[in-house]
Design a protein. Structure first.
Length: 559
């Protein structure tokens, strides 16, 4: 719905609501808010920022933090971003006449492509509000003939879930999240700061809630202090020497775990809050016997042979999956009980980490990532023999430094890396939802064509991926015919081009002389990384005699 509908319904000479104006240039996180609205009947207006406007739903009974409650959410006209700060009274006789309170505000993050979700009728997202948190779903109800779209607002089970007592939950939070005013005080025009609800606010701020606010403050301070993770540099062979320690290279999602005052947050390497995706991990972090801490880890799903597989991890996180199977191998400790540990040698940090994890419950999904001192070539050979991705080698006496460093090295057994999806084709036969993905990567500030991948998809993953890609479709080709030399003209014209924003991981055997990948296999999407980070990474040459398994490299590896 366009803002013309919003404008048509209002006389801005009579209502204090903001008129539509130029869409401001915005960067960063998307806004989320709820406005409690006493109009013809009381309801809660739920709004999510997308493409410069506020998508809006009227939730008749208000949000519920109980996954068993499915709240009716009627889609209404889009609102301008300026409406996000509106609190006041709309005159009687005007559209929506009545009192409006800003009940909650914060930011939101889509779980998948929001445009595809809106089209499909299933929008999943994470909320980071003052009052609502965690994973939520908006699901469109079936049935035609309605003037408006009827959706359901549903809380997804996670650590923020609360069963029962929703009436009490809404009643206790009956004041504005910004001005502290009640609906009655807003209607009477009581100025902010001179409200009579101060006592009410204190009465509902229980010791547990006060502790939560303190924990949130501590978490925010820690997340600001540690915005980045340390990354490894790709080399062609393991380093030698007893001052190097070697760990198995894991096949999962890199996470920083933050704990403060018994509350935890999980953040990806590109800054996304994924606490809601890993409920068992966040719960385990909250049970650690610490005041506050920052842990570096990799979330994985292990197969029956104990190997981590990225495709299985994605399946566990997808619809119908079981995230409780996911574990995390913790390999570094950056902060513990008020002390920054990043200047300590790695071996000392890992000793502190091992003691911390041993003091926790035995059945915790947080596992200590063991290492081998020296013997890098031997460990690498065994990793390759066992079909693992490779190893990570680290200087045992080095401090922790954000960004890509040479004190951490990665050595891969097989070619495997991220590519940018630039387009897709339809399947030529069978019922699979797509045929192939057309891939690219950045080099010298230019997007280069890397070839295509047409294997590694299940029927389900192909269907879900096709739906995601349809939501970011574009008419103009990403590449010219010259850039995709080698593709037949008929095939090139059948490509459905998309905005180059989505990443996938691909395994392959080698690079061809014309810069394309050979024998590729799709492994899964990489939503924990940004397309702009996909650049050329040249392996650092080391002593060839140290390399036990021959793996060719022409400098096109990157992460």
């Amino acid at each position: 719905m366009a803002l013309e509908e919003y404008r048509r319904k209002r006389d801005f000479k009579k209502t204090p609501e903001p008129p539509p104006g130029p869409v401001p240039a915005r960067e960063g996180k998307l806004a989320y808010l709820i406005q409690k609205h006493e109009a013809t009947r009381l309801h809660y207006d739920f709004r999510l920022e997308l493409d410069g406007i506020l998508l809006s739903w009227a939730v008749t009974k208000g949000p519920s933090v109980n996954p068993g409650d499915k709240r009716l959410a009627v889609r209404t006209e889009d609102h301008p971003l300026s409406y996000g700060s509106f609190e006041g009274t709309i005159p009687k006789g005007e559209y929506g006449g009545g009192t409006v309170m800003l009940w909650d505000s914060g930011t939101w993050e889509p779980v998948h492509d929001p445009h595809a979700g809106l089209k499909k009728g299933h929008l999943g997202f994470l909320l980071y509000g003052e009052r609502l948190h965690g994973r939520w779903d908006l699901v469109r109800m079936r049935g035609g003939g309605e003037k408006r779209e009827n959706w359901l607002l549903i809380k997804v089970a996670d650590p923020e879930t609360r069963k029962g007592g929703d009436g009490e939950f809404l009643d206790n939070l009956s004041f504005s999240v910004t001005t502290g005013r009640s609906m009655e005080e807003i209607a009477q025009g009581v100025a902010p700061g001179k409200t009579r609800v101060t006592a009410l606010k204190k009465s509902v701020t229980s010791p547990k809630k006060a502790k939560t606010r303190s924990s949130e403050s501590g978490l925010n301070a820690l997340m600001d202090r540690y915005p980045e993770v340390q990354l490894a540099t790709l080399v062609d062979a393991p380093p030698e020497g007893e001052h190097w320690v070697h760990e198995t290279k894991l096949d999962g999602y890199r996470l920083l775990g933050f704990v403060s005052g018994g509350t935890a947050r999980l953040r990806t390497r590109n800054g996304k809050d994924w606490t809601g995706k890993f409920p068992s991990l966040s719960t385990a972090l909250e049970t650690l016997k610490v005041k506050d801490a920052v842990l570096d880890m990799e979330a994985v799903l292990l197969d029956v042979q104990g190997k981590s597989t990225f495709q299985s991890l994605q399946a566990a996180l997808g619809e119908g999956g079981d995230p409780k199977q996911i574990v995390a191998y913790v390999f570094d400790l950056l902060y513990l009980d008020g002390k920054d540990l990043t200047e300590l040698p790695l071996t000392e940090r890992k000793e502190n980490l091992q003691k911390l994890l041993k003091a926790s419950k035995q059945d915790t999904p947080l596992l200590y990532n063991r290492h081998v001192t020296g013997k890098g070539a031997e460990m690498f050979a065994k990793a390759c023999e066992n079909g693992l991705e490779g190893i990570i080698s680290k200087e045992g006496n080095a401090p922790y430094r954000p960004g890509r460093q040479k004190s951490w090295l990665k050595i891969k057994c097989v070619r495997r890396q991220e590519f940018i999806i630039t387009g897709f084709s339809d399947a030529r036969k069978g019922e699979r939802a797509l045929g192939a993905l057309y891939l690219g990567y950045h080099k010298d500030h230019t997007l280069r064509y890397a070839g295509k991948v047409g294997t590694g998809f299940s029927m389900k993953s192909a269907r879900e991926l096709a739906e995601r890609l349809e939501g970011i479709a574009r008419e103009k080709p990403v590449f010219t015919r010259a850039q995709t030399a080698g593709l037949p003209a008929g095939e090139w014209h059948r490509i459905h081009w998309v905005r180059p924003t989505l990443l996938c991981e691909v395994a392959f055997t080698e690079w061809t002389e014309d810069g394309h990948i050979r024998h590729p296999s799709f492994q899964g999407l990489r939503e924990d990384k940004d397309a702009g980070d996909v650049k050329k990474e040249t392996p650092v040459k080391t002593r060839a005699s140290a390399r036990p398994v021959a793996v060719k490299s022409d400098g096109r590896d990157f992460e």
